[in-house]
Design a protein around this ligand. Structure first.
Ligand code: ADP
Length: 477
């Protein structure tokens, strides 16, 4: 089986290690080359200046001689102070050696090195190299008499002292590089272990929650990104836990609600089937009860289907709906129910109450609120329905003079399957889903609902929906 956690961790670590390694290698290469190259250049330049100065001195002293011969050359350079060069070579205009301080036997032979040739052409030339801890340089310049090249002076210099200094610098740089390398490695190992441990804590938490342990929370010290990630994860898990608890409660409530009418149907059918002497009238009564239980089952199923639709964010449609039209149609439909309960209707319908919703949903919202106002009312009571425009919203207010709701129960009445008076709700055919459907539907269209109530004085439900705006109408395809 694949180990996703391990591969993630290793790939992260690998990428970090590779990144750091490349960076450090580049830095070390730079540190080991740049100072050395710069020092070498400086040393070459100082040798060039020294050799060129001395070369100019020798060339000047030779300019005075009319004719360059080994003798005139020796005579001209004899008075010069001791030169700080390893070799001095003088040639005539054809490159024939007239003087060589190192190899006297070369006198009378041709010395045509690149530098001497350049000098005989009238140019100054310089070359240098560094090898095996020694700087070797060569500087050549022409000897001029009356603007004519009559010969060349070539000076050689060797500097072991500077070479040794450069070698020591190289050794020191290597040592520093090694120390830096080890320190960075140690720091990186510590940092990477710490990081892996923290990522491991997060991964462990994710796995435990994935396995269903929703109460698990990750503990991560600090305020860095990982600590923030852990905090976000804990909040997410908290929501997951709440949703899961809600789901379980919903399933258990729904099963319980469905079980009650099913149990009565079972009981009633058993009674009919087992009692052979049962008379027709009793059978009819039982069948009517079965029909009522079936109605309740249908009512609950319809409620569950509505909730499911709203949960999925599906609207029936969005059109221009006149709330007053729906309210009037609904009042006509509910008059028999109101009369049966001995309740009177009062309607106050304001102007310009159009919303962007579906007719069915507006009707369902009003129906649930009005039915509740009748169901939880008292004989001789009233139900007032008011609609009015308030800015960009349309308000629908349903107020009754019924039994009311205790203050502590008020925050819970919009929960699914929650009932204040269970017996009364069941008796009236309620499922405990009506108000949660109302709230969820309103929110789906950008609206909301609030309730105020006092036991024995009645309740008032205020629902709002965004009003239909002409700009929306223009935007319609
Ligand atoms: P039900 O199907 O039980 O009416 P609802 O979700 O519509 O479910 O209402 C939830 C509970 O809120 C009801 O059981 C009832 O106890 C209380 N309730 C709702 N509307 C009113 C009202 N107008 N007056 C008093 N109590 C109400």
């Amino acid at each position: 089986m694949a180990k996703p956690g391990f591969s993630l961790k290793s790939s992260l670590q690998l990428r970090l290690t590779m990144g750091y390694a490349v960076l450090i290698a580049a830095l070390l290469v730079l540190m080991n080359t740049y100072p050395l190259v710069m020092s070498q250049n400086l040393m070459f330049r100082s040798q060039q200046t020294a050799l060129e100065n001395q070369g100019a001195l020798v060339a000047n002293s030779l300019t005075t001689a009319d004719n360059l011969t080994p003798e005139t050359v020796e005579q001209a350079i004899a008075p010069l102070d001791k030169l700080d060069v390893s070799r001095l070579l003088v040639t005539d205009e054809a490159g024939l050696v007239l003087f060589d301080s190192q190899e006297a036997e070369l006198t009378g032979r041709y010395a045509l090195s690149g530098e001497i040739v350049a000098a005989l052409e009238g140019n100054n030339a310089f070359s240098s190299q560094y090898a095996s801890g020694c700087f070797s340089s060569c500087s050549a310049r022409p000897v001029m008499t009356r603007n004519t090249v009559v010969g060349a002076v070539c000076l050689y210099g060797e500097d072991l002292h500077q070479g040794a200094l450069l070698q020591e610098l190289q050794r020191n740089l290597r040592l520093i590089s090694l120390v830096v390398c080890l320190a960075v490695l140690a720091l990186f190992a510590a940092f990477s272990t710490l990081l892996s441990r923290r990522v491991g804590v997060l991964l462990g938490g994710i796995r435990r929650v994935r396995a269903g342990e929703y109460a698990y929370r990750v503990t991560m010290k600090g305020h860095d990104e990982l600590a923030q990630l852990a905090d976000e994860f804990n909040q997410l898990t908290g929501r997951l836990q709440a949703t899961e608890a809600q789901r379980r409660r919903f399933v258990s409530d729904a099963s319980h609600e469905l079980k009650t009418p099913l149990a009565s149907i079972r009981l009633l059918t058993d009674s009919i089937l087992q009692d052979e002497a049962i008379d027709q009238e009793t059978t009819r009564e039982f069948v009517e009860d079965i029909s009522q239980a079936a109605d309740r089952l249908i009512h609950i199923s319809e409620g569950l289907l509505s909730l499911n639709r709203v949960d999925e964010g599906r609207t029936i449609g969005r059109e221009r709906v006149d709330v007053n039209q729906q309210a009037e149609a609904l009042c006509r439909l509910l008059i028999p129910l109101a009369e049966e309960a001995g309740v009177r209707f009062q309607e106050t319908l304001g102007e310009d109450c159009t919303v962007r919703c579906s007719r069915e949903d507006v009707s369902q919202i009003l129906r649930n609120l009005m039915e509740n106002a009748i169901k939880y009312n008292i004989p001789g009571g009233t139900v007032c329905l008011r609609t009015f425009r308030q800015g960009e919203e349309v308000v629908m207010e349903v107020e009754d003079s019924g039994v009311g709701i205790p203050e502590e129960e008020l925050p819970r009445i919009f929960e699914r399957f929650y009932r204040v008076d269970k017996a009364r709700s069941r008796e009236a055919g309620g499922s405990g889903l009506g108000l949660s459907i109302v709230l969820d539907t309103l929110r789906l269209y950008g609206g909301d609902i609030t309730a105020r109530s006092a036991p024995g004085e009645g309740s008032c439900f205020t629902a709002v929906l965004p009003a239909w705006s002409e700009t929306e109408e223009e935007a319609e395809p």
